[in-house]
Design a protein around this ligand. Sequence first.
Ligand code: ADP
Length: 259
Amino acid sequence: IGRHPTPQAGPAPVSGVARILAIGSGKGGVGKSTLTSNLAVALARKGRRVGLLDADIYGPSQPRMLGLTGQRPTSDGQMIEPLHAHGVTVMSLGLMMKEGEAVVWRGPMLMGALQQMLNQVKWGELDVLLVDLPPGTGDVQLSLCQKAQVSGAIIVSTPQDVALIDARRAIDMFDKLKTPVLGLVENMSTYICPNCGHEAHLFGHGGVAAEAAALGLPFLGEIPLNLDLRLSGDAGTPIAAGDGPVAQSFARLAERLID
Ligand code: ADP
């Protein structure tokens, strides 16, 4: 008797969600989560229905960045009710854990949690679901692109060579997973001294744009190194909710991503 191969479930859409965009980086600490929360808020302010899935399982920082620390999503035993912050529908594993608690899971448990956050959350009708990935090229990235129909990936990097080398690896991974890379964003590109207005390039400047050009990918924009951006993230009110120059950088980035 011949063996029938087990049918492999291919990437599936998430019910009600028009587009899934993955936000990735090669390195940690380059501002991927900061970019994701602010981009989500900027897109919501432009009238888009936006969800944010925090899949940075090892360091879920979205509850803090969006001011949701200590809140718990409710569940009817089947489906989880997501939370809402600054016009964005949010789900994060961090909302299920105490702040500072570690996730010590093997791959299959991570995959189960990711699947649950995709399919057992009442996302509702969304124009776009942003997925904040862990840094690097691991299980979560692989599972997401295999389980869900991801429309594209955005790569965040600082202009330093060390970050760019890892960003290249992340791009290569998305290529292998057949997920289109929509473009690169440079974070921490310039620092404007609040005292004298002098503009400094602490991590170099233009490295990400040059890398994008070399790879034939769009350069989507740059976000400055800015104290208020950090403070607002720590305080749970993304700077993109305001109207200053940094909020405008995020608004421009959002515009580039709107069809
Ligand atoms: P990642 O998600 O890549 O690990 P985070 O978004 O958590 O990075 O950012 C790491 C730290 O750097 C956070 O404290 C964040 O507030 C800060 N940060 C990120 N981008 C900027 C920026 N452009 N200016 C100032 N601080 C930033």
